[in-house]
Ligand binder design. Structure first.
Ligand SMILES: [Zn+2]
Length: 189
């Protein structure tokens, strides 16, 4: 499957799994010095070929593309680029899973349980302060964390997951939400 179709397919899966509530989210694939990234403000469940933008992994190019007249790459494009510059990741998914967003309000790290649930990095996923979407601060903070971990949760907002493929990033994202849901439901036992 080509990279554009891969992004379209994963966008649909994220939407079907309710990972895009309260906003659209964004995803990308790196192909050497270029990346394919979703367009700004697009619903991930409705992605079409023309909604995937191809541009160099380069901050300057990103800013000029945002300033230009054509289709805008995602507002979090800078964050994707910074992460690709600092790591060997080939795919990034940003989404808004509901349980993860809720429990992140009161936690600093998401503990990983021992009953078959995710082992990611050194078993803890950092939860960082909520910073303005699309800001340089958020891009810097998240990309720094992604040099150490495969996933970061932004408090009361959502997840950023980097991996060698979209499929792997998707699975990690899914596990984080599953774990968060369990954690949340346990609060009522
Ligand atoms: Zn977001």
């Amino acid at each position: 499957m080509n990279k554009v179709n891969e992004i379209i397919k994963k966008g649909k899966e994220l939407s079907q799994n309710n990972f895009t509530l309260g906003g659209s989210g964004n995803l990308s694939i790196r192909d050497n010095k270029y990346l394919y990234i979703t367009k700004s403000g697009i619903r991930l469940g409705d992605l079409k070929q023309e909604d995937i933008i191809y541009l160099p992994v380069n901050e300057e190019n990103f800013h000029s593309k945002r300033r230009g007249k054509g289709a805008n790459p995602s507002i979090e494009g800078l964050l994707h680029i910074k992460t690709y510059e600092k790591t060997k990741a080939k795919s990034i998914i940003h989404s808004h899973p509901i349980f993860t967003s809720i429990i992140s309000k009161n936690l600093n790290k998401l503990e990983i349980s021992k009953d078959g649930y995710p082992i990611i990095g050194n078993k803890r996923i950092p939860i960082i302060e909520s910073l303005e979407p699309g800001s340089k601060k958020l891009a810097t903070k998240v990309s720094e964390n992604l040099t150490q971990k495969n996933a970061v949760i932004v408090r009361d907002h959502g997840t950023f997951v980097k991996e060698e493929s979209l499929e792997k990033a998707f699975k990690i994202n899914e596990k984080i939400e599953e774990l968060s849901k369990k954690y949340y439901l346990r609060l009522f036992l």
